[in-house]
Design a protein around this ligand. Structure first.
Ligand code: SAH
Length: 380
């Protein structure tokens, strides 16, 4: 049974034909097959209402018979597929994207065409604070002058009073759906603030933020439980993004050290510590592997490492220094089972036992799987 008329062309929901229960079963089986040899895999935690959970939407623009249309960019075909009322996204995005499309026409702004490399507006990103309701709209363009940006922004925010900030981002390279480094706030603060696990977080356009806020709270509370903090531990939050995980653990730890490669996210993390009056957290803007190596050289004492790397998993350097530091506990949060399996094998050989594996369904209707793994050092 297909729920979405665009499913075949869009292919964003790979599990479209399965009921939600079947999807969870499929993910559970996959988890057991790949990771069952390490430890028992707990039952996956699903969502009560697995729709409209995405707090982030990205739409590209293109031309069809002289008309501008908006849709999902497909990396496989390099085409824009027109999609309306996506069942995974927050409902706020649809109207805003359609208005942006109309304003492109009104202000004679050209959509950027990857094939001819002509045009100006590449895509639009809409992010919503799930609890705060704050909405950020990022207009991503090629290099050049954004003529009539004041009028464009005034119209957009007049039509959509719910928008709290509009940002102009310049991406000079042909990397579809990516943001460039340069942001200019055209309206509002230039970021949104949202609440997760009782804390407030500032999120800038280029910072990573879990797309499923409801399940992120579940994920973070499991990670906190797995950390088994008593108040005396020094915790390293590696690949920390805007500091969300470490900061939610700060009241149970002696000290939190966060490391993150993205400069904007690190600045958000520092601001988030201050925003929540947390004084025992420090954040560093560095490559996690290099940072770990320095800690290992200095023979720092780290009690718990939280690792939440991107899909590529942890770097070899990171894992090598982690095992040199030999913290008593590692909590590994992963969005890619293949790299997780690789890294768990390395850590198992280097003196760790995998003690628990808890999958959380962060991405219903897609085949992505997320899980939290607790590893304990073998010797004490
Ligand atoms: N823990 C955060 C972010 C997880 S996403 C959260 O839950 O929100 C992974 C993060 O790793 C991203 O913020 C990304 O910018 C960062 N990252 C990617 N490569 C990195 C590296 N080599 N060193 C440190 N951080 C890195």
């Amino acid at each position: 049974m297909e729920r979405c008329p665009y499913s075949k062309k869009c292919s964003g929901c790979q599990l479209q034909n399965l009921t939600y229960k079947e999807q969870l079963q499929l993910k559970q089986v996959k988890m057991i097959r790949l990771l069952g040899r390490f430890c028992h895999v707990k039952e996956i935690i699903g969502m009560e209402t697995p729709f409209n959970y995405r707090n982030k939407s990205q739409y590209a623009f293109t031309y069809k018979n002289g008309r501008i249309l908006s849709g999902i960019y497909q990396s496989t075909t390099q085409k824009v597929v027109e999609v309306k009322n996506c069942m995974l996204e927050d409902k706020c995005a649809e109207g805003i994207v359609q208005t942006v499309r109309k304003l492109l026409l009104k202000y004679k702004l050209k959509a950027y065409d990857l094939h001819t490399q002509k045009g100006f507006v590449r895509h639009v990103l809409v992010r919503k604070g799930f609890k705060s309701g704050e909405i950020m709209v990022v207009i991503v363009t090629a290099d050049g002058e954004f003529l009539s940006k004041e009028d464009f922004t005034r119209d957009l925010t007049n039509i959509h009073k719910e928008i709290t900030t509009v940002v102009w981002n310049v991406n000079p390279t042909d990397t579809p759906l990516f943001l460039g480094k340069n942001n200019t706030a055209l309206y509002g603060k230039g970021y949104i603030t949202d609440e997760l696990c009782g804390l407030n977080f500032r999120i800038s356009p280029n910072s990573f933020y879990q797309v499923n806020s409801l399940q992120a709270e579940v994920l973070y509370s499991i990670a906190k439980d797995c950390s088994r903090l008593t108040g005396n531990e020094t915790v390293l939050d590696a690949y920390c993004g805007t500091g969300t995980i470490g900061l939610t653990m700060a009241n149970k730890a002696k000290r939190i050290i966060g490391v993150e490669l993205n400069c904007d996210a690190t600045n958000d993390a520092k601001a988030n510590a201050a925003l929540n009056h947390i004084e025992n957290a420090t954040f560093y803007n560095e490559d996690a592997g290099e940072f770990m190596t320095k800690l290992a050289k200095k023979k720092e004492t780290i009690d718990v490492v939280i690792a939440d790397p991107p899909r590529a998993g942890c770097s070899k350097e990171f894992l090598k220094s982690l095992t040199a530091l030999y913290p008593k506990r590692v909590v590994y949060i992963s969005c890619n089972l293949e790299t997780l399996e690789r890294d768990l094998s390395i850590l198992s050989k280097a003196g760790y036992n995998v003690r628990s594996i808890q999958p959380v369904d962060m991405f219903p209707y897609t085949n992505h799987i997320e899980c939290v793994v607790r590893l304990e050092r073998k010797s004490n």
